[in-house]
Design a protein around this ligand. Structure first.
Ligand SMILES: [Zn+2]
Length: 379
């Protein structure tokens, strides 16, 4: 966990610069020049190498390395060795979450400027000072906390619009949690990941994130399904990436992410993405807190409209036979952010909240299906 500042201090952390829009990738060279970088090491996901190659070719003095697929200690070491060999003066990570996390883990220990170029909008990780490290087989190893956020986050919405829609939808699921978790944890002034209590700035960004997803989530999904860039897509990409990133890091996490972490103990949830499990974690959290029905309907309806899970079965979990006690115990483990809630939580409360969320999701879907058809949940 992050080290906490002296009691009572508030902290707000953010990347030095955030650039987003259609064609933003073509500004990579000039943005690097702006940072005074002349010999960056570019770590690129092979899946997006072709799309990124004109932008990379325009960067003079760059050395390019393809990411090997896992943010593991071995991969971090390999990329770090290449950076040192090429006397790189900055690290650029182009790709998804694991590429970005590896770039962070290479740049920070040697204090090189860090540039993050997300090619999907599936999580709120790009702006943060955090890497999730796995072993070579993809099993979770540890969080690594860094002392600063990226110098630059550069996001091309044309690239996002060209990626499979499930990425954007998962990002909406992750972004849905931000307001509720920051709202709940801020009442206790629990230190957020940034290392202090939240300021009003973080809470307001978290609220804007939620309002944006409610207003534009459906239109953004439709835009990516057609591969087009629209103002609604721009706003949702900003919500998924910048607003959610700043909101969670400086605003605080609570139960939704703990339920997510708990669900990962069930093998059957492994095919589902972070944001998809977080979405069900949000509904469970609303049940745990006893939030008003209108709020639950608002969240569940958005999930149904964009194709996010609202039941345990949507996540491949058999509500009757799965070991939900084990999920709840993991969600309540020491150090879990669920303990940032302003009341004590034990595993039996979490089991009940998940079952209540499941029942609510089933009934709401049945009701909605009688009125108009819904998009399928990704499988
Ligand atoms: Zn998340």
């Amino acid at each position: 966990m992050p080290s906490n500042g002296p009691r009572g201090l508030a902290v707000f952390a953010a990347p030095g610069r955030y650039v987003q829009g259609r064609g933003a990738l073509s500004t990579l060279a000039s943005e690097l020049e702006r940072l005074g970088v002349s010999a960056p090491l570019v770590l690129v996901d092979p899946a997006v190498r072709e799309i990124a190659s004109p932008a990379i070719a325009a960067v003079s003095g760059a050395s390019v390395l393809e990411f090997r697929g896992e943010c593991s200690p071995g991969e971090i070491e390999r990329v770090a060795a290449a950076a040192s060999e090429n006397q790189a003066d900055a690290i650029v990570g182009i790709g998804g979450g694991k590429t970005m996390d590896t770039a962070k883990a290479v740049a920070h220990p040697v204090k090189l400027p860090l540039v993050i170029v997300p090619t999907i909008a599936s999580t709120d990780a790009p702006t943060s000072a955090l890497s999730v490290v796995y072993d070579d087989d993809g099993a979770f190893l540890e969080y690594r906390f860094w002392s600063s956020n990226p110098h630059l986050v550069l996001l091309d919405t044309e690239v996002i619009a060209g990626a499979p829609v499930r990425f954007l939808v998962a990002g909406i699921g992750d972004g849905l949690s931000t307001w509720f978790e920051a709202d709940a944890s801020s009442t206790t002034r629990a230190p957020a990941m940034a290392g202090g209590a939240p300021l009003g700035a973080a809470l307001n960004l978290a609220r804007l994130c939620y309002d944006t997803l409610l207003a534009d989530g459906v239109a953004a999904r439709q835009a990516v399904e057609r591969g087009v860039v629209t103002p609604a897509l721009e706003r949702v990409v900003e919500a998924n990436t910048l607003l959610s990133g700043l909101g969670f890091e400086s605003g605080g996490l609570a139960a939704a992410h703990s339920v997510h972490n708990g669900l990962t103990v069930l093998h059957e949830t492994h095919d589902f993405w972070h944001g998809e499990k977080v979405a069900f974690g949000v509904i469970s959290m609303l049940m745990l807190e006893g939030r008003p029905t209108e709020t639950v309907d608002e969240v569940v309806d958005l999930c149904l409209d964009v194709g996010l899970p609202v039941t345990l079965a949507d996540l491949g979990v058999d509500a009757e036979h799965a070991d939900l006690q084990k999920v709840a115990e993991a969600a309540c483990a020491e150090g879990e952010t669920i303990h940032n809630l302003p009341f004590g939580v034990d595993p039996s409360m979490v089991v009940d909240a998940m079952l209540a969320a499941d029942a609510y999701g089933q009934e709401r879907r049945a009701l909605r299906e009688r009125t108009r058809p819904l998009p399928a949940v990704a499988a």
